[in-house]
Design a protein around this ligand. Structure first.
Ligand code: ZN
Length: 147
């Protein structure tokens, strides 16, 4: 039989921020990987997003849930573009296959998110550029923190 998975605890403020790759973001976004769940294909992270920063165009291959703990986040164009503008403290659910052309932070923001599946970064024609699932997220985090 397989062993039961062990519980985990992370004291978030004791973990150093790492730069989120410029291939996937601009404006100095930083992150902390908090958990990966290979059996579910999920990964959980917290992101620090300076004023004016954004994430590159991507599709959520699986659904995701976030909690915006600070600031403001424009998702799917924000309120004015037919999407949502989240204000702290704000919770959001993004459905499987949600396409985010530019997730933008008009002010310094921070959010926690669990991704139930990978992110697929794409170009405008939806051609895949890169996939970031729990394995890639963990490999990136290990490279950044165990070097
Ligand atoms: Zn997104």
């Amino acid at each position: 039989m397989k062993p039961k998975l062990t519980e985990e605890y992370v004291h978030v403020s004791s973990v150093d921020w790492q730069p989120f790759p410029e291939q996937f973001s601009e404006g100095g976004i930083r992150w902390k990987l908090l958990h990966v769940s290979p059996e579910v294909g999920a990964w959980t992270a917290i992101f620090d997003c300076p004023q004016g920063s954004s994430f590159a165009r991507h599709i959520h291959v699986g659904p995701g849930e976030y909690l915006l703990t600070k600031g403001r986040m424009e998702v799917r164009g924000g309120d004015e573009g037919g999407g949502a503008t989240a204000h702290a403290l704000g919770y959001g659910y993004e459905a499987c296959n949600a396409r985010h052309d530019r997730t933008y932070f008009p002010e310094a923001s921070e959010f926690y998110m669990t991704f139930l599946g990978p992110l697929q970064f794409i170009d405008e024609a939806e051609t895949p550029l890169a996939v970031v699932g729990w394995e890639q997220a963990q490999a990136l985090w290990d490279a950044q923190t165990k070097g």
